[in-house]
Ligand binder design. Structure first.
Ligand SMILES: [Zn+2]
Length: 276
């Protein structure tokens, strides 16, 4: 690849970086948005469960009240019928037995009358509570639905914006960035805080501040092919800089100590994108 051709690719990558950064920011916003709603959704589910438990309790109370009312009616009729029998009593013995029966029937009737009132009061109070909770639940449901609709609209707007950024990326890419470089570069920008292409000043990668081997920097400077920083995986280009410091002497010492450091460096460094 000719030097100015590579420069042209780097210029395109710098343009791409701007657009990709905005696109990825929107994508993470879309991921974050539903989290604001999850608390409200959980509250609604809980309120729904509580409401179902309350209506079950209400149904049960109603059944008990109905049963008690029937029992009371039976006891009432029993007492009235016993009292009627009194009219045809012939002997003292019959009178005593019937009197005892009426007395017992009265006690049962009074007890059931009390129970009937108590169970009806329970039904009335639960009925009021059910109505109150139902209104609250409806308000809560409307609130969550409105928030969900709002969220949906926000997501749609962001997705539409992403589409325009994707189109912009494709149009920049079409000017001379290969599929391979584009895919790697997009992944680097995404995983390296929006910075996928960085200059080398002197011997230092401006992405990770690591000192690069002399020969490697020379290759970057010559610019025959796309070079990736062996430390941070970002694409590198050489840039003259006043604050550049010559690390050559230090690095040579380092090279002697560990030959393997430079042995793997080259223009065809195979970047493991999964590890970025
Ligand atoms: Zn680096």
């Amino acid at each position: 690849m000719a030097e100015n051709e590579l420069q042209q690719v780097h210029n395109l990558l710098i343009q791409l970086q701007d657009v990709l950064k905005k696109k990825f920011a929107l994508e993470s916003e879309i991921e974050e948005l539903p989290k604001n709603l999850s608390g409200k959704r959980t509250d609604l589910i809980k309120a729904n469960e509580e409401f179902l438990a309350l209506t079950d309790k209400y149904k049960l109370a109603k059944e008990t009240a109905n049963r008690t009312a029937l029992d009371y009616e039976t006891a009432f009729n029993q007492r009235v019928s016993s009292e009627k029998k009194m009219e045809s009593v012939a002997t003292q013995r019959e009178f005593d037995a019937l009197s005892k029966e009426i007395e017992e029937a009265k006690i049962t009737e009074t007890g059931l009358n009390k129970a009937k009132k108590a169970t009806q009061e329970e039904v009335d109070s639960l009925s009021a509570l059910v109505a109150e909770k139902q209104t609250a639940l409806e308000e809560m449901t409307n609130e969550v639905n409105a928030a969900e609709a709002e969220l949906e609209a926000q997501v749609e707007a962001k997705k539409a914006e992403i589409v325009t950024y994707e189109e912009a990326c494709q149009s920049i890419k079409a000017q001379g960035v290969s599929d391979n470089i584009y895919t790697k570069f997009a992944s680097i920008v995404k995983n390296k805080n929006g910075l996928g292409i960085v200059p080398v000043h002197g011997q230092v990668c401006q992405g990770c501040n690591m000192i690069l081997p002399v020969q490697f920097v020379n290759d970057v400077r010559i610019g025959n092919s796309t070079m990736y920083c062996p430390y941070c995986s970002r694409i590198l280009f050489y840039e003259e800089s006043e604050d550049a410091y010559d690390y050559t002497s230090e690095l040579q010492v380092q090279d002697e100590e560990d030959q393997t450091v430079t042995a793997d460096f080259g223009s065809d460094v195979d970047i493991d994108l999964d590890s970025i």
